[in-house]
Design a protein around this ligand. Sequence first.
Ligand code: SAM
Ligand code: SF4
Length: 330
Amino acid sequence: MLLDTYGRTATDLRVSLTDRCNLRCTYCMPEEGLDWLKKTSLLTDDEIVRLVRIAVTRLGVTEVRFTGGEPLLRPGLVSIVARCAELEPRPDLSLTTNGIGLERVAPALRDAGLDRINVSLDTIDPEVFRRMTRRKRHDDVLRGLAAAREAGLAPVKVNTVLMRGVNEDEAPDLLEWAMENAYELRFIEQMPLDAQHGWKREGMVTAADILASLRTRHTLTDEGANERGSAPAERWLVDGGPYRVGVIGSVTRPFCHACDRTRLTADGQVRNCLFAREETDLRAALREEGSDDERVAELWRAAMWGKKAGSGLDDPSFLQPQRPMSAIGG
Ligand code: SAM
Ligand code: SF4
């Protein structure tokens, strides 16, 4: 088991498959991109599958989410999913993607054994999309979303970040669009994980702002919907239900006390928190001569044991982690 000193158990593994991306979301990456990891430092497909196997067979991991960077840019994605789906015990497999290229690959992902998908989309306005991502790919994302739904990857979840003065007034329109298309919408507060270190607490659209904006047009009730457990989203019944919208207040309503996550970067470093400032090198252990699964599992357990109580976001001395979200794996 991946236990920590506060009694939490990590059962949900996030695996970053690449730090590269074909969008440049302003809250994530600078226009010019980043210094991408070298190919030799990236885990190979075999190394990823081996680590997932160690996680599910020795460490009690039950859910695996592939992310990035943009995971659809990883050439071996479908085969990695298929190989992880053959593991015993079989983990629940999901993917977080910006949706570009999903139109083509959604059926293959479903056939490989992918259980669920989250597509990130912050606006229903193509021009706002261009400003936020610095690319004209809005239509590709909409087509990717529809393809995921048609491939049977339902319920398709949509992740949305609102930014002040950019798309902050879109919350009710996004909700109505998601309801019409049977997508499960979840708003996520913007976190200090941008490569440019431009995040400002005062500039953030908070969970309370989002709820107030949605309530200008809809009734939201939390009737039994907010038994959050380790799920970060607080879910609200819209106009009496059955549709529910999620709001993830990572900054203003942290859920660290119930966190069940462990993270693996594309270059094989374990992080016990998105906001951790330390990493543990599993890649080196994998590549050692005579490398042994139990030794790798031991390092992973030790990395999780040192997990802090919280993200430290509410502390004035908070320091943003060195790596941005795209390199950690969101
Ligand atoms: N490229 C894929 C995507 O965009 O879905 C996967 C990686 S991305 C880092 C994962 C999620 O993190 C996306 O939903 C994105 O909106 C979110 N994200 C990125 N930077 C963020 C930030 N500074 N605060 C909150 N969410 C952020
Ligand atoms: Fe790329 Fe996802 Fe970051 Fe946007 S949020 S730049 S799509 S990694």
